[in-house]
Design a protein around this ligand. Structure first.
Ligand SMILES: C[S@@+](CC[C@H](N)C(=O)[O-])C[C@H]1O[C@@H](n2cnc3c(N)ncnc32)[C@H](O)[C@@H]1O
Length: 212
């Protein structure tokens, strides 16, 4: 992130309030990313690899839920109660039994190795300390388990990357603390996760990452 932004960093409380406010509109707000930039298709491909006991971190309104295998046991956590309300409605509509809890991704309240699969999507851009959150995901994932990440960051298209850099502060302030010029692959590697597969898509902004 641009060093200029540090004094203006949003607190967890501010991020939570921003998502509480946007919860009812969130699925509409990301329609373009989902259906034009290919996020929904990649989400389906990636999240259907999840198995066993699954933890969905920063689950938001539950857009990953339809793709988890019916046989799996899913726990979903998020900071925002309103986002979780929408997620619970989605789970009920899909007839899924998903446990939801308010929880900070940077301090997961689960024992080491509790889950077979840990997933997160469109979230490391917002976590104040994404490396700490990724380390927590690795900690609660069983040895040999799967970590599935659908993340966005700096485009590899130079014109778009420049646009993101120029507007990073405005985007951060208008989008609940989203830092859109980070490199998700760097974050994942720095956190000590081992990437086994990754695919870039959607104007070079998005990454579907399988790690362990
Ligand atoms: C852009 S939304 C992504 C939601 C969903 N995963 C998706 O793919 O649509 C980011 C989510 O991260 C949640 N969030 C932000 N900071 C968090 C934190 N520290 N711990 C847990 N959730 C957090 C927000 O409340 C919001 O629901």
């Amino acid at each position: 992130m641009n060093a200029m932004m540090k004094p203006n960093m949003m607190t967890d409380k501010e991020i939570q309030s921003a998502y509480d406010e946007v919860a009812d509109q969130y699925d509409k707000k990301i329609w373009f990313d989902q259906h034009i930039l290919g996020v929904a298709r990649q989400r389906k491909q990636l999240m259907s690899k999840a198995h066993g006991e699954i933890l969905d971190v920063a689950c938001g309104t539950g857009l990953n839920f339809p793709y988890f295998p019916a046989s799996s046991e899913v726990t979903a956590v998020d900071l925002s109660e309103r986002m979780l309300d929408v997620a619970r409605e989605k789970a009920a509509d899909l007839n899924l039994n998903i446990q939801t809890r308010i929880m900070d991704a940077e301090k997961l309240e689960f024992a080491d190795g509790s889950f077979d699969t840990v997933t997160t999507s469109l979230s490391t851009c917002t976590f104040p300390d994404p490396i700490q959150a990724l380390r927590e995901m690795k900690r609660v994932c069983r040895t040999g388990g799967l970590i599935l990440l659908l993340e966005h960051g700096h485009s590899n298209l130079p014109w778009l990357a420049k646009f993101q850099d120029r507007n990073v502060l405005q985007h951060y302030q208008q989008n609940a603390g989203c830092r859109w010029n980070q490199d998700p692959l760097d974050l994942v590697k720095t956190a000590g996760l081992k990437i086994t597969h990754s695919r870039r898509f959607g104007l070079g902004i998005f990454h579907a990452i399988t790690a362990g």
